[in-house]
Design a protein around this ligand. Structure first.
Ligand SMILES: [Zn+2]
Length: 139
């Protein structure tokens, strides 16, 4: 599993404005990253509802200062999307990540979602149990 040493800033892919950074990052949810704040964005006034995924969700469109649509700000969310509530949900494809103090661009899509992290921990637990049994068997 990856450990983040230096903070990462997330920029608009179109104009390079810094939209948010890793201190505000809370989770990856499918093709979006959830941030607790996204300082350089504007939220649309109009409220739209998500019908294809969860009809209980309503959101406002999240835009970069350049006007590019970068994500959604959820106002209401169904059970499945409850972690999005009140957060800034930013499309992975709309941002690029830059890790401070490094010369490489940080791949935004490499962030793991909570279920992925749980799966990693679970397989690690199984491996530890397997090793423990092996060690016990040789005593
Ligand atoms: Zn922009």
């Amino acid at each position: 599993m990856e450990t983040l040493k230096n903070p990462i800033i997330f920029q608009c892919i179109k104009c390079n404005t810094i939209i948010s950074d890793s201190f505000f990052l809370s989770e990856r949810l499918e093709n979006t990253l959830l941030f607790t704040d996204a300082p350089n964005t504007v939220v649309d006034e109009a409220v739209k509802s998500v019908s294809e995924d969860d009809s209980l969700c309503t959101y406002k469109t999240l835009k970069c200062l350049c006007g590019e649509e970068v994500g959604k700000r959820y106002l209401t969310a169904g059970k499945k999307m409850s972690s999005c509530l009140g957060k800034y949900s930013v499309y992975i494809g709309s941002i690029r990540g830059y890790q401070l103090g490094t010369s490489a661009e940080h791949p935004v899509a490499s962030f793991m979602s909570i279920p992925e992290i749980c799966a990693e921990i679970s397989s690690l637990q199984k491996f530890c149990t397997y090793l423990y049994d092996k060690i016990k068997g040789t005593e």
